[in-house]
Structures are given as C-alpha cells and as structure tokens.
Design a protein around this ligand. Structure first.
Ligand code: ADP
Ligand code: MG
Length: 690
C-alpha cells in the first residue's frame, strides 16, 4: 500500500459512512486525492440576476422573486405549481417530483433564487425543475462562477463541494514536475491550476473554462497525458527486460512458403514480414500490431510469422473472433502449409468431444505446430507444449483479458515462456490514439493493397427505390457474379435478429425465384455455417443472405456485389468491414447501402463518411471524431483508464509535448516520475496490462 492510500483511508474512512463512500466510489473517487482531481464538468453563472421580463426563452438564467402563489395540483398529473414575481414579471415554476421540504420552500411570501431554463408554457414563461434556494432580501450573489461536478444519484453538489474544499485544504498539492520543465513548457503551477478550476475567480472568461482552453485546464490535461505516456514507456521498458524465446530458425520453411504462393508479396507485406521477423529473433517478447486495411493481405504475413516460430522449434497459435473466420483460416492455411509438412489443428467450442480431445492432446504433446481457433484456445483445458507466438486476428474484437489469457498459455507447469504476440486489425488506429492509448505497442502497417484490386463503388439508395436494387442484383447474379444481402441489424435482441434474418431470407427467396439463395446467421450450428460458406465459395449459392456474422475476415473473391439493408443503423467500422467483403477479386465491385428516411443527424454523418471514403484510416479518424475515444475503444478494449480531461483530438500539441517529456522525465527525474504516476494513476495501474 502506498503512503497516499493510507492517508486516503484515514481521511475517507472516519468521515464518510459506507453509503457516501460507495457513491464516491461510483465516481471513481477512492482516495482523498481523487477529490482534488474531480474537476467540474461545467460552470454556472450565478453572479447576476436577470429580470423575469427580460429572460430569453431557452436560455439558462438566474432570477429572484417572491412566491405569490403555490399549490399542489393533481391534474393532469401530480405537480407543484408556484408563481414567482420580481416586479418586472411573473414566472410559473413547476416541479413534477418533489419532496415535502420543497413545498415548504415555495410557501407564499418566500423569496427564492431560481436557476433554470425559461420556456413558454401554458400559462406564459415557466421553469420546470429549476435549482432553487430560499434567500433573504440582502443575500449577496456569489462573486465567482459556480462549479458543477459530475455526480451520481443521492450525492448532492453541496456535499461534493464541501468534500472537495476539505480535500483542497488537506491534501498535498505541491508540484510533481521540476520547475525547469514548468518554465520551459510555460505551464501553470499544479496547485494554482486545481484551486482555480474548483473556485474560478469572478473575472475569468466562462468561455475559456467551458472550452477547457484556459491555462489551468491545459496544465491538468498535460499532467494527465504525461501520466499516460510515462506509464506506457515504463510498460515498454519492463517488457523489453522480460525473456522470450529468440525465434532464430533457419528461414528455409518461410522462403519455401513464400515461393509457393500464387502471388508475390507486396512491398508492404515484405516490409512487415521483415519487421516482425526481426522482433521475433530477439530474446524479449514482441507486442506488435499488424495494421492493414481490409483485404490488404494480413493472413499470409501472419502465416510467415507462424512458420518462423515453427522452424525454431516452437508452436504458434492463431485466434479469431468467430468460428466462420477461424474455420476459413484453418482451411486456407492447411492447404497452404501442407506442402511444408506443418501440422495444423483447429479448436473451437463446437467440436465434438472426441475431435476436441484429439486436438487438445496434439497441442499438449507438441505434435500440433499451429493451433487455429476461437477463444476456445485459451480455455483452461488447453495446454501448449511450447507456445512461442500468439497471433490474434481482428484484435479489436477481443478484450485485454482475453489477449492476456492467450499469452499466459506460454506457461506450462514446469516453465514459463512469455510468448511473442502479434495482433492484427483492419480497424486502423488513428495517429493520436496510437500515440496515447496504444503507445506501448509497436506497429507494422500494410499500406498497400495487392495489385489489380479495383476500389468498391458505394451507392446510397433510399429504401423506396428497392426495386431498382433488386433488378441490379438479379442482373449481376445471372451474369455469373455473386452477391451478399446483409439483413438489418437488430442490436436489442438476438431472438429478433434471428427472426429478421429468417424473414429476410424468405422474402429474398420469393423475390429471386431464379437464383440460388443461401442464408447464414450467428445462431446456426458451426457445421451448417461452414457448409453454407463452402457452397458460397463454390458458387453453388449465388446470393447469400447474411447477418453481420460475415463482418470480419470472410474472403470470397467472386462476390462483387453487396446490399446492406438499414445501413443507417450500423457503425462506421462495421460498414467498412462489411464493404470489405467485396472488391476482393479483379472485377468491379459495388456496395449498395439501403437506408430508411428520415435519417438522424449522426446517421447522415456516418453514411456521408462511408460514401465519400474507402480508406480505412480516414474512416477510423472520422469515427473517432464522431464517437470520441471512450466509445471508439471501450476501456475494456484498450486496458487503459480513459482520459478524463484531455481530448486527444483537440489537444494534439499537449499530447506531443507529453510524449516528448515522458522519456526525459523517467531518465532524469525518477522521483518526480514516481510522484506523478502516483498522483494520477495511483490505484488504477492494475489496468495497464495491454
Ligand atoms: P485481410 O488483410 O483483410 O485479412 P486477407 O489476408 O484475407 O486480407 O487477404 C485478402 C485476399 O488477398 C486473399 O484472398 C489473399 O489470398 C489475397 N492476397 C494476399 N496477399 C496478396 C498479394 N500479395 N497479391 C495478391 N493477392 C494477395
Ligand atoms: Mg483478415
């Protein structure tokens, strides 16, 4: 336990009862110092009063007046209705939920100060649920803006303010950063910055506070970003010091494999192969992300890496998020690697008992050199003889814990081998994210598509022009092409999603009596799914009705047309991934996004982005902007506590500065580094295991 934890407990434990402590914990406040860093989400201006007659409708204003009438009404629903007069005009106040104490507040003759939004109601200007305080005639207005804190049910602003004020008195607010650095970067002092934000002085611009551009905000953002950068650097250093097998096999197997491919590797693939190969040859664990847009050819790069492990006497594992994808990898790689005499097994949850037993034994004895599967690969019953490389395909579909579990499969009872890890993703990580949340990873990028691909043409079509789409699908399929028909996404319920898939399938069958139509969805048995995919691959199915189970990885080059129903319901990366299922062969491909009007503003923005862009990086950047990093990543996914104050899209200069500072601080000022991490991450560091 660090000293700050002990202090915190002394501080929090005796003062709060369990309920308050629990509510604070909900806000992430566990230590007294967390209160200091619990900064306002916005500021309210209670420094002046607006005459009721001048209050603009829709504006947040503060008024003060005398209650001239108040009653509890029961129709149309139970509510407290009061009239307040200030000499300039009258305002109706309505409370739909209220406590007896509030009836007392609104007793006739009382003087009240109200803060709220004015609207035009049935009886003229009104405020619904304003913030209300009973005041005396000469009660002064506050001189500063009032901070409003993020809070949770049952914890009032007043309580929070009191606790925070105490913490500001009690806690050590001395600077963690050397004075020279503060001077060089022209930062505010930590102490004055936090005090300023909790108690902004009267003359400050509310705009700079709200937009978080004020120097006080910038100091806190910098500190937060710096803590993140330091922690990432330390992880990196720590990893470099761990032992991993140096996979220095001769290379004959790899060369043979590359030579046996029906195509030469692209320049970008060759570069990635070399980068990964160099890492694997070192004696410490690789954590590398192989990033490449859909269809850029990540799988063969992964296969080369696996062969490097294998020809160095180790096993490799390849994990995919869906059974369809795992099976596709298994089929492809078995075919490709059979000539090299490599033993490949596959393991998913749906294997028959006997098959599973055989696979497990083969993995445990080391006979299996490459194990391909779903998350079944890291379940308890799986033991690897000698796992040297764990590959995670479509890594964004897995959580940190799952990736970690696979890595831990390097341990046998006798020894621990920390395996190398290669993650693959078609969801590119924008630069700002890779500098922040992913700063611990090395990244290889396939920035070139195999030659001969023609970009997919995207069309946006309103649902009332469905007939034209149907005609187009028929023409395409009758002239030898194949098509996907993607069902509407029903996120709320799996049962409903299933029903929608079946309904769509039936409708499509009736619409296209002259085509061979197939159906694939997530609830089918694995054997059924693989049967459908095999028939689609063999062109025995011309039109495949599918749910988003085909979203990742599926590779059927002859499919050149895709229709996505209710495209407006889907997320950007989902649309990009789905669209990536076509455009894999040499014929021109088209993706038709059917949408239902009217579109919400965000749906319109998303569709515009996907319509105008084919580059996954651009799409990811737009996605990040539309959703923010929290949703884009999910903290489960990144394993990092989310940034609370800094916005990596807006604070790029601070992010750059923090990155440049971190390494220097660790090297030159180890004590300051420790203090800074302690202040900012304290108990949260346990999450930082990417
Ligand atoms: P992704 O990066 O989306 O996982 P895949 O590995 O599935 O892409 O590759 C997409 C398709 O491109 C596959 O059919 C694969 O065989 C083919 N491919 C991969 N590399 C090349 C290359 N250098 N030249 C031509 N085709 C390639
Ligand atoms: Mg893939």
């Amino acid at each position: 336990m660090t000293s700050s934890t002990v202090e915190a407990q002394q501080f929090i434990a005796p003062k709060f009862n369990g309920a308050t402590a629990e509510k604070l914990a909900k806000l992430g406040i566990r230590h007294a110092f967390d209160l200091v860093l619990h900064l306002p989400m916005r500021f309210e201006d209670e420094t002046h009063l607006t005459p009721i007659a001048h209050a603009r409708h829709g504006a947040l204003v503060q008024v003060e007046g005398e209650v001239v009438n108040a009653e509890v009404k029961f129709r149309p629903r139970r509510q407290l209705v009061a009239q307040v007069e200030d000499g300039s005009g009258t305002l109706v106040v309505r409370l739909l939920n209220f406590y007896p104490s509030q009836i007392k507040q609104f007793r006739v003759g009382a003087r009240v100060r109200l803060l709220g939004e004015v609207r035009s109601g049935f009886f003229g200007a009104e405020m619904v649920h304003p913030r209300c305080r009973v005041v005396s005639e000469d009660m002064p207005l506050p001189e500063a803006l009032t901070p409003v804190y993020p809070t949770t049910a049952g914890l009032s602003q007043t309580t929070l303010r009191k606790l925070i004020a105490e913490a500001l008195d009690y806690e050590n607010l001395s600077d963690t950063l050397p004075g020279a650095l503060i001077g060089r970067l022209k930062l505010s002092e930590f102490d004055s910055a936090v005090r300023f934000l909790h108690n902004p002085p009267p003359d400050v611009s509310q705009h700079a506070l709200d937009e978080r551009t004020h120097p006080a905000w910038r100091r806190l953002k910098f500190d937060e970003l710096l803590a993140q950068q330091i922690s990432m650097r330390l992880h990196y250093r720590n990893r470099i010091q761990q032992q991993a097998p140096a996979l220095n096999g001769a290379g004959a197997l790899r060369n043979e494999f590359i030579g046996s491919l029906p195509f030469p590797l692209t320049g970008a693939q060759q570069r990635c192969v070399a980068e990964i190969g160099a890492d694997l040859g070192k004696g410490h664990p690789m954590r590398r992300l192989l990033q490449g847009d859909v269809g850029s050819g990540k799988t063969v790069v992964a296969a080369v890496a696996a062969l490097q492990a294998i020809e160095s006497g180790y096993q490799a594992a390849l994990m995919a998020p869906t059974e369809i994808l795992a099976e596709q990898h298994f089929r492809k790689l078995t075919t490709l690697l059979v000539a090299q005499g490599v033993t490949v097994v596959w393991l998913t949850g749906s294997l028959k008992k006997k098959e599973k037993q055989a696979a497990l034994e083969s993995i445990a004895s080391g006979v299996a050199q490459l194990a391909i599967g779903t998350h079944a690969l890291f379940q308890e019953d799986v033991t690897f003889a000698k796992l040297g490389l764990a590959i995670v395909d479509e890594q964004h579909r897995f959580g940190v814990a799952q990736r970690l579990a696979l890595r831990l499969k390097g341990s046998t009872n006798a020894t621990h081998i920390e395996p190398h890890q290669l993650m693959m993703s078609a969801t590119p990580i924008p630069r700002t994210l890779s500098m922040s949340y992913y700063a611990d990873l090395d990244v290889s990028i396939i920035d070139e598509l195999p030659p001969g691909r023609t970009p997919v043409v995207t069309k946006l079509v309103a649902d009332n022009r469905r007939d034209q789409v149907i005609a187009r699908v028929r023409d395409a399929c009758l002239s030898g092409a194949q098509a996907y028909w993607v069902c509407p996404l029903i996120e709320e319920s799996e049962a409903l999603q299933l029903q929608t898939a079946i309904d769509t399938f039936e409708t499509i069958q009736v619409t296209f009596p002259d085509l061979k139509v197939g159906l694939i969805h997530g609830r089918m048995k694995t054997s059924e799914k693989s049967d459908v995919m095999a028939r689609f691959l063999a062109n025995d199915i011309q039109l495949l009705v599918a749910t988003t189970v085909i979203e990742v990885g599926v590779d059927v080059p002859n499919a050149s047309l895709m229709v996505i129903e209710h495209a407006e319901r889907m997320g950007l990366s989902q649309l990009h991934q789905l669209r990536g299922r076509v455009g894999r062969g040499s014929t021109d491909s088209v993706c038709i996004l059917l949408y239902q009007a009217p579109l919400s503003e965000t749906a319109r923005a998303r569709l515009k982005v996907i319509y105008e862009n084919t580059d996954g990086f651009e799409i990811a950047r737009a996605d990040l902007q539309l959703r923010g990093p929290g949703e884009f990543l999910g903290s489960r996914q990144s394993g990092m506590p989310m940034l609370r104050f800094a916005d990596i899209n807006l604070d790029i200069d601070l992010l750059d500065a923090a990155r440049d500072t971190a390494e220097w601080l660790i090297r030159e000022h180890p004590e300051a580094t420790r203090a800074h991490l302690d202040r900012w991450l304290g108990n949260k560091e346990e999450f930082l295991k990417v």
